[in-house]
Design a protein around this ligand. Structure first.
Ligand code: KG4
Ligand code: ZN
Length: 348
């Protein structure tokens, strides 16, 4: 007999529940323990070295490696927190968005622990988790605020009304910003993932190539697209290759990065004009980008808005952000799942 849902009710209103978070949506297997908004431990097993030789994430390879790492990251997170499963009040897991087979590993692991230890199971939206990573760095930050999630899988702009209400205002209609970084990186022969590599190389280059054919304006519906920019870089590179000329890799990186950042800043600025929250959160793996951070900082100054970022470790995929999102849900008795919880790869 499973009593997890019943036990969740006893935790409503409590701000100090100990939550074990599990994340496996893409190529990081991660676990973390939080007490309320305090992060007690984090464990991240990255598969980047495994996928690097394929130039990108191979979904089936990711799933198989998640199964190998899942128990180890949970053990590691518990050990670092000085705890055992007996000290845990609830288990939280990413159930979407992400790669279906990869998500299923985390979901199955969390369900097994919830069943075996008779604990509440909390389902977490990965993208909202990215936003909650900011509370690990700025625990006193209070909604409402606007948020931009810039990751490998998503580029979305939000109205965060409170810690459990996230309204999508707009976002990319094609490639995610991180995906564009990774594809351009691959085109230039840089190791996967291209994002951090382009960031490094851009610092040594000059943004002398304008990949935009015409002047940019923010879309009133807050939609943006990275695929045109990516194609412009592809065409530029192919032309040079056909002519037998060498590629100015650092300048291409600097120029692409400048354009990609400009697109996101323009759209974020348009969104900010509609709110007077005075607070903006920039989250997701690409929030680690030095130029994006800098430009969002100046955007904040222009718009009289304070900009908040998660620490670098909380920007890229991790399980602390998942446990933090679950903390807010559990406090209100929301998102308590049954043991038939399934993964939802297309969740927004
Ligand atoms: O949030 P995340 O870890 O995974 C997803 O949920 O997608 O984001 C990974 C993405 C990758 O596309 C990676 O290239 C990008 O974040 N990234 C960066 C930087 N660090 C990570 N992109 C640009 N500059 C960086 N410094
Ligand atoms: Zn992510």
């Amino acid at each position: 007999m499973y009593n997890g849902k019943l036990k969740a009710r006893a935790l409503v209103g409590r701000s100090d529940a100990v939550i074990l978070g599990i994340e496996s949506s893409c190529d990081e297997t991660a676990a973390a323990v939080v007490r309320g908004k305090d992060i007690l431990s984090m464990s991240v097993d990255s598969q980047i070295p495994i996928h690097r030789r394929f130039g990108g994430v191979v979904p089936e390879v990711a799933s198989r490696n998640h199964t190998l790492a899942a128990v180890a990251v949970v053990d590691d997170a518990l050990e670092k927190a000085g705890m055992t499963l007996k000290d845990i009040d609830a288990v939280a897991v990413t159930y979407g968005a992400g790669l279906l087979g990869a998500l299923l590993v985390g979901v199955s692991t969390a369900k097994a622990i919830a069943y075996a230890c008779d604990l509440p199971l909390i389902k977490v939206n990965h993208i909202q988790g990215h936003i909650c990573g900011v509370f690990g760095t700025h625990p006193d930050l209070q909604p409402p605020f606007n948020a931009v999630v810039a990751s490998g899988g998503h580029t979305l702009i939000y109205d965060v009304k409170d810690t459990t209400r996230y309204e999508v205002l707009g976002g990319t209609t094609d490639d995610a910003i991180g995906e564009a970084f990774d594809k351009v990186g691959r085109l230039l022969g840089l190791p996967y993932p291209g994002g951090p590599e382009i960031d490094r190389r851009a610092a040594a280059g000059t943004p002398s190539i304008n990949f935009f054919k015409k002047e940019r304006h923010a879309d009133k519906d807050l939609k943006l697209s990275f695929s045109g920019l990516k194609t412009a870089v592809v065409n530029y590179v192919h032309t040079l290759v056909q002519r037998g000329e060498s590629l100015p890799v650092n300048d291409i990186c600097a120029s692409f990065q400048k354009c990609a950042v400009e697109l996101l800043v323009l759209t974020a600025e348009e969104a900010l004009k509609r709110f007077d929250y005075g607070k903006l959160v920039l989250a997701g793996g690409v929030a680690a980008n030095s130029s994006l951070r800098r430009e969002f900082q100046s955007l904040g100054e222009r718009m009289n808005c304070k900009v908040y970022y998660p620490s670098l470790a909380l920007c890229t995929d991790n399980a602390a952000m998942i446990a933090l999102r679950a903390h807010f849900a559990l406090e209100k008795g929301e998102d308590i799942a049954d043991l038939d919880l399934n993964a939802d790869s297309g969740l927004i």
